[in-house]
Design a protein around this ligand. Structure first.
Ligand code: IVH
Length: 723
């Protein structure tokens, strides 16, 4: 190679780099590319070719190795315009038919209600990835966000721009198919596209091979890698992961009649929309679709965990509405979980933040449904007895669509006689404290809805820290100073406050070093406390302190959730926050012995979804002086609790509404929203303080109570007129 050639090459590389950087910047930051992709690709190809010949000019921080979109310090929070919901699951044909029966009853007289066949259902693949929301303004991708808690997600726009299959610009082109063959597509001023970010199975396998070569542990599954990648602050890392995006839903001003038309529209706009989908005339066809896909599922390039079945007609969808966190008009049919066998090496006890003792089976690591499993919760002693599980047993473990594995069967025939029975320890295994038996998962106020099987099918239970199980009796460590409990509580607290820098290991270290004794101490930490610790240093100390200080402002709902009141999870905390509006109002009447305490109890009791067990738990918590001191300490240490938005104006101010029965033209959630937006409250039970009972079809016992107490009763028409 002669020197002149080399110099020429170096010059060319420089030029190419400058131009590629400019184009990237136009494309990613300014959203205004002035050349076509082909030109860009061709320049990049040329650069790569020259670099192959002259590898000495390779430079990791050169533009072809980096992306535009600077690494961020953290993600911004964004409020979703439409709540991001979850789906209720069905596991077999019978449950699918039950769902149909239930929803047919909820719609006004119509062919669907009568079960007349037509293009009634829509089937599509349920991807096992991460839900994201993409906002387009006049066809330009302006914001992408994670699901978060469904209400508020994180702004990951820069990361999403690194996914090739997310169009940055939408252009109008002649449409194909039912959207209107030949006509130009309408690009609305504002369009929200929902879909799933995924990693192809083959890319995942390559990634794990390269991990292995580097002597690094393999990733568990495609979903985890995709999730981990989207959490990276440097978009370059996302680009390297070659993620994909599939669109499945949208919100805009365009009036489509069917969900299937929305799919076609999205496809026409250039989104990836999976072609394995079908409009079905009845559930038989739906079941055929489910069975057909099951056969090819293993070979499908992406991870899937079922089929999403929805009512195709968008008007019917609206009428059916949402209950709890999930729509009524859509269900996820989940394929049978994968099973594997393994040996139980030990049963350990895990002490949770509420003090609950949970037995945990420790296995020989085994591969199930694509990931390695080495432990599973056994929930409680009842479960161990039901399974007749002993240490040393060979068991069948199952991993459903979700990620939590469970023991489903003991292979008694595999016993050698050396297996050992397990007994719950008489005292807390961490602190030796006293153990008491209590209810683990209280039922919520029974929904006064004439929907059969609603409890099982409807909104998932508010998990608190207890994992969403049906209620059962469990052992609790009642020592307030139990270190395991305190540690779990600290972990819960920082998770809810979103102080990501403080992982479990760091928290334990700070405790051991005496820097913190409780969660409130976190807010008095200084850089000087942390920097001198071994393995920390200035920079990480600074990051920790900055994040803690950034998270001092917290919503009332989050604050209440963080307090860790037994049975008070995210949803209940939110209900309390919207009811009281401010911490002061909530604390004002709390004391047990004060004359106001009865008022407080009655008020909390009136909140929809709060049942007697939660009420008792709230009472216990707020009448314990230590807890009040803790709240004061948090405030003194700089935590600022933001008031919840409570409507102060509106014609329903100071009015309490109770809902019963089924409304034909709107969902319960919609009715509730309307009342709240006019300043009213929706409470769970009828009392003399009830202003109106809104009664739909098949009202429950609340109707009789209202009649007895002489409360005004509104039928649906009256209600609609009133709002
Ligand atoms: S529709 C109502 N369609 O499933 C919310 N979701 O369990 C469902 N998902 O968070 C939106 N594939 O991440 C829909 N074809 C599909 C889907 C799908 C996967 C995920 C989505 C959602 C979760 C709910």
């Amino acid at each position: 190679m002669n020197k002149a050639d080399k110099i020429k090459a170096e010059d060319r590389i420089k030029k190419l780099r400058i131009e590629i950087a400019r184009l990237r910047n136009l494309y990613h930051i300014k959203n205004a590319p002035d050349i076509t992709d082909e030109v860009y690709d061709s320049l990049t190809r040329e650069l790569k070719d020259i670099l192959k010949k002259y590898p000495e000019f390779n430079n990791i921080s050169s533009p072809e190795n980096r992306v535009a979109g600077k690494p961020l310090d953290k993600f911004k929070k964004v409020k979703h315009e439409h709540r991001m919901l979850s789906l209720n699951d069905v596991f077999n044909e019978e449950e699918l038919y039950d769902w149909e029966k239930r929803i047919q009853k909820l719609v006004p007289p119509s062919p669907f209600r009568r079960g007349v066949e037509g293009e009634v259902y829509f089937c599509e693949i349920k991807f096992d990835g991460l839900a994201v929301s993409l906002i387009y303004e006049n066809g330009i991708f302006v914001r992408g966000a994670t699901r978060g808690d469904g209400f508020v997600g994180e702004d990951i726009t820069e990361n999403l721009k690194m996914i090739e299959s997310i169009p940055l610009y939408l252009t109008s082109s002649p449409a194909k198919g039912r959207v209107g063959e030949g006509s130009y597509l309408e690009i609305p001023a504002r369009l929200e596209v929902r879909g799933e970010v995924l990693m192809q199975k083959s890319i995942f396998e390559k990634l794990n091979k390269s991990q292995e070569k580097k002597g690094l542990p393999p990733y568990a599954n495609t979903r985890n890698v995709a999730a981990g990648s989207l959490r990276q602050l440097d978009p370059q890392l996302v680009k390297e992961r070659h993620l994909d995006f599939f669109a499945y839903d949208m919100y805009s001003q365009i009036n489509f009649k069917e969900h299937s038309a929305e799919h076609e529209y999205l496809r026409n706009l250039g989104f990836n929309v999976e072609k394995t989908e079908a409009v079905c005339h009845n559930l038989k066809e739906v079941i055929n679709f489910i069975k057909k896909f099951e056969k090819i599922r293993a070979k499908f390039p992406f991870g899937t965990d079922g089929i999403v079945v929805s009512v195709n007609d968008l008007k019917l969808q609206e009428i059916l509405g949402v209950v709890g966190k999930a729509p009524r008009y859509m269900v996820a049919y989940k394929y049978p979980a994968e099973k594997a066998t393994t040996i139980v090496k030990d049963i350990k006890i895990n002490v949770g933040r509420t003090g609950v003792l949970t037995p945990l089976a420790i296995f020989e690591p085994t591969l199930v449904a694509g990931s390695t499993v080495s432990k599973a919760t056994l929930h409680n002693m009842d479960q161990i007895e039901r399974l007749d599980l002993r240490i040393g047993d060979t068991v069948v473990i199952e991993k459903a669509g979700d990620v939590i594995p469970k023991v489903v069967e003991v292979l008694v025939k595999m016993r050698t006689g050396k297996e050992k029975k397990f007994k719950m320890p008489p005292t807390c295994p961490t602190c030796g404290g006293k153990i008491e038996k209590k209810i683990k998962n209280p039922p919520k106020t029974p929904p006064d809805l004439p929907l059969s099987g609603e409890e099982k099918f409807g909104s998932p239970p508010d998990k608190g820290d207890l994992g969403g199980l049906s209620s059962s009796v469990a052992s609790f460590c009642i020592n307030k100073k139990c270190p395991a409990k305190n540690e779990r509580y600290l972990e819960h607290f920082v998770k809810v406050f979103e102080i990501y820098e403080l992982g479990p290991k760091i928290l334990r270290r700070f405790k051991d070093e005496g820097l913190i004794t409780d969660a409130a101490d976190i807010f008095t930490l200084t850089k000087e406390d942390i920097a001198p610790l071994e393995r920390f240093g200035e920079k990480s100390a600074e990051n920790i302190i900055k994040e803690i200080s950034d998270k001092k402002h917290v919503s009332l709902a989050r604050f209440l959730w963080a307090l860790g009141v037994l049975h008070v999870g995210e949803e209940t905390a939110r209900d309390l926050a919207t009811h009281f509006g401010s911490l002061d109002k909530l604390l004002d009447k709390r004391y047990n012995k004060s004359p106001k305490s009865d008022l407080w109890l009655a008020e909390v009791d009136s909140i929809e979804n709060i049942g007697p067990t939660v009420l008792k738990s709230l009472q216990d918590f707020f009448s314990d002086k230590n807890n009040i001191f803790f709240i004061e300490k948090l405030k003194n240490n700089g935590v600022i609790v933001k008031n919840a938005e409570v409507q102060k104006k509106g014609k329903f101010i100071n009015m309490n509404f109770v809902l019963t029965g089924t409304l034909a033209t709107m969902s319960r959630e919609k009715a509730k929203e309307k009342i709240l937006s006019l300043g009213g409250r929706v409470v769970g039970s009828v009392s003399k303080n009830t202003s109106y009972l809104v009664a739909g079809d098949d009202p429950g016992s609340k109707f009789n109570s209202a009649v007895k107490l002489g409360i005004k009763i509104l039928n649906e028409e009256d209600f609609i007129r009133l709002v």
